[in-house]
Design a protein around this ligand. Structure first.
Ligand code: AHR
Length: 499
């Protein structure tokens, strides 16, 4: 048995939690849209063709914002193809994912789905094959009240009121050679600046996200942020970060330590933003949008095979990672890292939401179920609201292949308006339980303590349609006030202290 200690004080606050850190992502990719959220003819489809079973699961996740329509897809996408009568919408080759896009679901349909899901739309514009002109037009189409060409077209297409999209992405992963019309940092910084300017001239209430480098592993990382922000700093509100982890060599200790890298990544991008702020003598602060994060590696080989079998297919089962229990632990650790950086990470999108590297899976014509990673996301989104508290952690530490001094017990904590405290804690140790002593010196007494645990003896356990409850949280006996909490080896824990 290991011992760890957590000190919290109600006056030691990192920041208000921006609810948008519990965002997600739907791309026109694989079966995210078609046979994912949308399947007319399915027994549970609603009058618009949206699967009500999927909507039910999305509502359980409590997702406040959903990024759309890409991703790599957006860099070749003509937004105009996706509005107006469905019969007139063109079928197009999607060069990003080598598939065929029918445009049956477009801007209006997605806005309607998001409303049903209780989410806002975070809309990405194409800065790959297109540019500032199309970007400002789509803002006018979506957000201008009426009396102009684009806003009246929206009204003619059935939306009398503006769609009021507040948050916009200026392209996607523009430093990636895989991106349609990828750019140098200077080229991107200039086009992002001009696009942001025009979009904000159309609607000065919107916020925009500039593309950071597509990953820390890119040779462009760092210099890209510095160069492009130097061009567009004044006109952008957030820089994007994308990060996926995997465990291809089955080194679970090292895999679970990956959040050391995520924390470093976040802090490096914060420093670069602030360096540009300082250099420009600016009062404006650029924050972070971690708008793609997750585990992604299980489906790589299977996707290669699929492409060989069915080039230019429609709604192919691409990126269908089947997540196991250890993936859920890493997702929990990533959420802890995001919460501890809540002063600068204001938007984060679990990529993605349905079927494509997703917490929710569906079968065409069949059921919908929650993958293992669904549960930490659900817990954090449900209870991790209010203020993020500064956790002072004492924990045994160990080294892994790529990381040193990894705390075996990692945690974040939040306090809501009523003074209820929630502690999210992961015991990374795969063999030993951990006794966690919590010193909550300034909070006074709590009426009730609850404790739920996500644990499985098999790190590779999965949920399936036939067995959807193999990995799910259970409520355990909570300790008496002041007593330490038992965190089982390899577990995600939610401890709620209720006033
Ligand atoms: O989320 C899947 C893909 O990962 C996105 O389209 C792209 O932005 C990233 O490389």
């Amino acid at each position: 048995m290991k011992n760890a200690k957590l000190v919290l004080d109600k006056d030691y606050v990192i920041s208000e939690v921006d609810k948008r850190i519990y965002g997600s992502f739907i791309e026109h990719l694989g079966r995210a849209v078609y046979t994912g959220i949308y399947e007319p003819g399915h027994p549970l489809a609603d009058e618009e063709g949206f699967r009500s079973d999927v909507l039910g699961l999305v509502r359980q996740l409590n997702v406040p914002i959903v990024r759309y329509p890409g991703g790599n897809f957006v860099s070749g996408f003509n937004w105009e193809d996706s509005v107006g009568p469905k019969a007139n919408r063109p079928r197009r080759l999607d060069l990003a994912w080598k598939t065929t896009e029918t445009n049956e679901v477009g801007l209006h349909e997605f806005a309607s789905w998001a409303k049903k899901a209780g989410s806002e739309v975070m809309y990405a514009v194409n800065l790959g094959t297109r540019g500032p002109d199309e970007a400002r037009n789509v803002v006018e189409y979506a957000n201008h009240r009426g009396g102009t060409y684009w806003s009246d077209l929206r009204r003619k297409n059935g939306a009398e009121d503006p769609l009021n999209i507040h948050l916009w992405c200026l392209g996607n992963e523009m430093d990636g050679p895989w991106q349609m019309c990828s750019k140098t940092a200077m080229e991107y910084g200039r086009i992002a600046n001009e696009a942001a300017k025009l979009m904000k001239w159309v609607d000065d209430s919107i916020e925009v996200v500039a593309c950071g480098s597509s990953s820390t592993t890119m040779p462009t990382f760092g210099d890209w942020e510095l160069t492009m922000l130097n061009e567009c700093y004044k006109n952008v509100d957030y820089v994007s970060l994308h990060r996926y982890y995997g465990n291809p060599h089955n080194d679970t200790e090292d895999f679970l330590a990956s959040t050391m890298d995520l924390d470093d990544f976040i802090k490096t991008v914060v420093s670069i933003c602030d360096a540009v702020k300082g250099k420009k003598h600016s009062k404006h602060q650029v924050n972070l949008s971690l708008d793609e994060w997750n585990v992604w590696y299980h489906s790589h080989d299977q996707d290669e095979e699929l492409y060989k079998r069915e080039p230019w297919g429609q709604a192919l089962p691409l990126l269908e990672d089947i997540y196991n229990f250890e993936d859920a632990l890493l997702v929990g650790l990533m959420l802890i890292t995001i919460l501890r950086n809540a002063d600068r990470v204001k938007v984060a999108c679990l990529a993605q939401l349905v079927n494509v590297i997703a917490p929710i899976m569906t079968r065409k014509g069949g059921g919908a179920w929650a993958q293992t990673i669904f549960y930490p996301m659900m817990d954090a989104s449900r209870y991790g609201r209010g203020k993020s508290l500064l956790p002072v952690i004492e924990s045994p530490r160990s080294d892994t292949k790529h990381f040193t001094d990894v705390p075996m017990m990692d945690a974040a904590a939040t306090m809501d308006e009523a003074g209820n405290v929630t502690i999210f804690a992961v015991n990374r140790d795969l063999k030993e339980d951990c006794l966690l002593a919590c010193d909550l010196r300034s909070f006074g007494t709590f009426r009730e303590v609850t404790h739920t645990v996500l644990h499985h003896d098999d790190m590779k356990a999965i949920n399936t349609e036939a067995n959807p409850n193999e990995v799910r949280p259970v409520t355990v006996a909570a300790p008496a006030a002041g007593e330490p909490v038992l965190l089982p080896a390899a577990s995600w824990n939610v401890i709620r202290l209720i006033k």
